[in-house]
Design a protein around this ligand. Structure first.
Ligand code: MG
Length: 281
């Protein structure tokens, strides 16, 4: 019996010693920690029409250097100047819609609409483009609604941004000054008083059609009036020609390029400082 007791004590002590040894080993062996991965250098690439380039790539082609106009609104060096305030440039660059000399008049450095003279249009034709022009509705206020200072700017010979005396002159909003006629109301009414010079700056991406005359890309417009955004990259869902009081035209097939036109709507609206920059599609 006494012998068995000693054996039990010995076994217990061995267990304690073994346990301590295990704990000691756990204390001395460092925990295994995976080393942090070296941060990989990050290089981003962009695919562009001129090729594949790294972000901040010195070798990437730089934009063409142009000379901006000396004053705000004056033509930059790469613009096609369609009217520079001289009668010569009016005669050189503008006709009626049949290619004949226009019956609009040159007066005080401006091209002025004449009732029943019809539209005036540029000889040069444009597709996607940036347009700058200045206009003034008559200082003598006559008529109301659509009958007051009405003209219009037509892109690709088809889509109209309305010119109207919309200074304290109520009309349907999708036909007021700066509207894409019958399609988009301008974001704000940024009109100056009748007779005062105002500006339009328009960014236009042309409509495209397939060989069957079906539209394959709808045209988009961004426009500023007097420096104020009035059309924010809107996409036309059809044409802008008047059909009746509550309807405008659908798309009609158009050539890739068309003239810039100003409308004769029977009111002596004036235009000056007209230039265009062709844009890539
Ligand atoms: Mg009009």
């Amino acid at each position: 019996m006494r012998k068995m007791f000693f054996v039990a004590v010995a076994v217990a002590m061995l267990g304690i010693v073994a346990g301590c040894a295990t704990k000691e080993a756990a204390k001395t062996e460092p925990a295994k920690v995976e080393p942090a991965a070296e941060p990989k250098p990050l290089t981003q690439y962009v695919d562009t029409p001129t090729g594949r380039w790294m972000v901040h790539d010195e070798a990437r082609p730089a934009p063409t250097i142009i000379t901006p106009g000396a004053e705000c609104g004056s033509a930059p060096s790469d613009a096609v100047v369609l009217f520079d305030g001289t009668e010569d440039s009016m005669k050189a660059n503008w006709t009626d819609t049949k290619g004949n000399p226009t019956k609009w008049v040159f007066r005080d450095g401006a091209m002025e609409s004449v009732e029943k003279a019809g539209y005036i249009q540029s000889k040069q034709q444009f597709g996607s483009c940036q347009v700058h022009l200045e206009f003034a509705t008559p200082s003598t206020v006559k008529g109301s609604g659509q009958g007051r200072g009405n003209s219009g700017v037509f892109l690709q010979g088809d889509f109209e941004i309305q010119v109207l005396d919309s200074y304290d002159n109520k009309t349907y909003p999708d036909g007021q000054c700066g509207a894409l006629y019958g399609r988009f109301v301008p974001l704000v009414n940024a009109c100056r008083k009748p007779g005062e010079w105002q500006s339009f700056d328009i960014i236009y991406h042309r409509a495209m059609f397939d060989k069957d005359g079906k539209v394959t890309r709808k045209p988009t417009f961004t426009a500023f009036q007097n420096g104020v955004l009035i059309q924010d990259h809107v996409t036309l869902e059809g044409g802008t020609q008047w059909i009746n009081a509550h309807a405008v035209t659908d798309f009609r097939p158009l050539p890739d390029k068309g003239p810039l036109q100003f409308q004769d709507h029977g009111n002596p609206v004036r235009f000056r400082n007209v230039w265009v920059r062709e844009l890539k599609d």
